[in-house]
Design a protein around this ligand. Sequence first.
Ligand code: GDP
Ligand code: MG
Length: 299
Amino acid sequence: MKEASLDFRSGFIAIVGAPNVGKSTLLNRLLGEKISITSKKPQTTRNRILGVLHRKRSQMIFIDTPGIHRARRRLNVRIVEAAIAAIADADTILMLADAAHPDPAAETILVRRLARQRQPVILALNKIDRVEKPRLLEQMAQWRDRCRFEAIVPISALKSVQIERLLEAMETVLPFGPPLFPEDAVTDLPVRFIAGEIVREKIFRLTGEEIPYATAVTVEAFEEGRGQAGVTIRASIHVERESQKGILIGKGGGKLRQIREAAQSEIQKMVGVPVVLTLFVRVQKNWRQDTRALRKFGY
Ligand code: GDP
Ligand code: MG
């Protein structure tokens, strides 16, 4: 064995965790806002490379998992399948939990699933800036009983606390090997696609339980350098029923405005230039059961 091969580690890290635990915040913290606006590679699967972190002695490739939920309808089944596939492809799993607002139901589904995985799992207990120390220690002890983690690292993604410790913990479980991506690679996703995902995430966050799974987002136009704006984006939110359209739009258009503003500001942060986002809501009956429609929407 060549000695040089023991100097470097590289591999895929699947980030899993319930919505709102801080996955995006952590990724932004780790990768900065380095997503290239000119990236033009096509999006092929739901398992996306979110970013590549280049370190002195390692290369960490973060992959997204669309969230593990109980699947009832066809779309949900596919989302769960994609999450499990992403986990299967990973060398290491990074599970995030919210230490300030534990969510035992969601965590139990995840922990049960992860217990069957062969890869090392590292738990990051996030938002410790919001937790008293005794409560945190108690939680860490409980987690230790619940699942065999390679490491449990309390962090604050928002306040940048213990991030380096987390990276070191992940580094020690990655396989030895050369870098898998060139040094300038940050993500293989087109910004256009990420923009659609950001809109989807805001819908998820700002509407009730029944809405998110009934929606798909397509980006119809993504134009750079027009007028005052850096980027002009037009996207459609597809729903199944008029009633869902009503909920999404909200009283006096208030809900849609909230979604639009939140998404626009996040996309703007990502691309680093002014963004004008326009959203439309369209009704297409039963798109969730229609395989052709699913394919069109990228599932
Ligand atoms: P995701 O759904 O898992 O991607 O979660 P986000 O990264 O979007 O975070 C959800 C919310 O939690 C946002 O309002 C974040 O600002 C907040 N958040 C994330 N990390 C921390 C943290 O370390 N401390 C605190 N107090 N809030 C955080
Ligand atoms: Mg997120």
